[in-house]
Design a protein around this ligand. Structure first.
Ligand code: MG
Length: 390
């Protein structure tokens, strides 16, 4: 047994990286950036930042070894930082980083009876959980995937997510250019399309019959509308339909899953196995899309094992970050059996790769799972030039 290398310090940093084109593509008519730098996308009525926001967590052990985590903080990241600085960090001091699941359970318990089993509290917990797993890997000298029951994959198929161009012709050309680079799956976004069926038809024409085409419906429809629409898209060989109904509408999700002939993919907004469980039981989806920035490694694995029990595929979500939780998502996915794809947000991942160390990458249709120890990536020093001042 290793001697205890207890946690001595927990720090949290908010990073704001400038980007040239806003996430989801150029602004559309009526979309304006407010004084805090956010924009509301008219297509799905959701608020987005115009820079790449990230919340980084650094956990230091007595030996001086360091673990890095990152969480979902794209809107009001100050809320996550306050939870880490005030609640989670101080409780972690003195704890064993080689017992990450035990620590995760104890930190979840701190606020659960007050109803904080979702939202910002669990996002904060996800970030520190990733950092603790990284530290565990550094102490033992092993990649995180090998600590999760064994590393099954060294690379994972990547599907191209989002076509951030202003016109349909440009989006079709962009999709075709990714296919020419060796990618076999492409997803388009309903939030920024000029007609979903028209977009699907044009994309199918552009990429040919053998590419997997997916659509993110961005929670826009009632179950009835979604069923009618998805059935029309199936004429163009749809690989999966994502998030057709509002997040709370479990009945609607179930109705759509039953009525359509293609797989339904759900789950980027859920954080814990407790949220997934009733949806698995109701057979609301046949693909789950856990987001590492919301779940952390511990819950991602709980959810992934549950998917295994329900014979459901895992195609993890990818969000805005500098690459630390992407590395965690690849490590955890590498330990799961059925992962036909991992989402690839090229407009975020490629640009931000320069801010992390290690051999993580994505090329010719495949992610390279970073080699350890730990996550296999760390933030580079220059990231801290972009610290958001409170
Ligand atoms: Mg989505």
């Amino acid at each position: 047994m290793l001697p205890l290398d207890a946690i001595t310090r927990v720090e949290c940093f908010i990073i704001s990286l400038p980007r040239e084109v806003p996430y989801l593509g150029p602004l559309r008519e009526g979309e304006n950036i407010n004084e805090k730098g956010y924009v509301i996308r008219s297509g799905n009525r959701s608020i987005y930042p115009t820079s790449d926001m990230s919340v980084l967590i650094k956990v230091t052990a007595e030996s001086g070894k360091v673990g890095w985590g990152e969480t979902y903080g794209i809107v009001a990241p100050q809320a996550v930082k306050a939870i880490i600085d005030e609640v989670l960090g101080p409780v972690m001091i003195g704890r064993d980083p080689c017992a990450p699941v035990v620590l995760h359970e104890d930190l979840y318990d701190l606020m659960r009876v007050r109803g904080f089993f979702g939202g910002y509290y669990v996002d904060a917990l996800a970030g520190v959980d990733i950092a603790v797993w990284d530290l565990f890997g550094k102490i033992t000298g092993k990649p995180v995937a090998s600590l999760l029951g064994g590393q099954r994959h060294t690379q994972l198929p990547a599907y191209v997510s989002g076509l951030p161009k202003a016109t349909l012709q440009e989006r079709c050309d962009l999709a075709a250019s990714w296919v020419a680079k060796g990618y076999r799956g492409v997803k388009f976004a309903a939030a920024v399309s000029d007609g979903i069926e028209r977009e699907m038809a044009a994309l199918r024409e552009a990429v040919g019959p053998d590419v997997d085409l997916m659509v993110d419906l961005h929670w826009k429809f009632t179950s009835g509308e979604a069923i009618r629409l998805i059935k029309r898209l199936e004429a163009y060989n749809l690989y999966f339909a994502e998030a057709p109904c509002e997040p709370e509408d479990m009945e609607g999700q179930k109705l759509v899953a039953r009525a359509i002939g293609s797989p339904l993919a759900l789950g980027e907004e859920w954080r814990t196995s407790f949220e997934y469980r009733p949806r698995f039981e109701a057979r609301c989806m046949s693909i789950i899309q856990p987001e590492m920035g919301h779940t952390g490694i511990t819950e991602f694995l709980h959810i992934g094992r549950m998917a295994h029990a329900f014979h459901v595929d895992t195609i993890p979500h990818a969000s805005i970050g500098i690459g630390i939780f992407m590395a965690a998502s690849l490590q955890a996915s590498a330990a799961l059996k059925r992962v036909p794809y991992h989402e690839y947000q090229h407009s975020i991942f490629d640009g931000n790769l320069r801010y992390v160390t290690g051999d993580m990458g994505c090329a010719a249709g495949f992610y390279q799972v970073p080699t350890g120890p730990g996550l296999g990536v760390e933030p580079r020093e220059e990231v801290f030039n972009y610290l958001l001042k409170a």
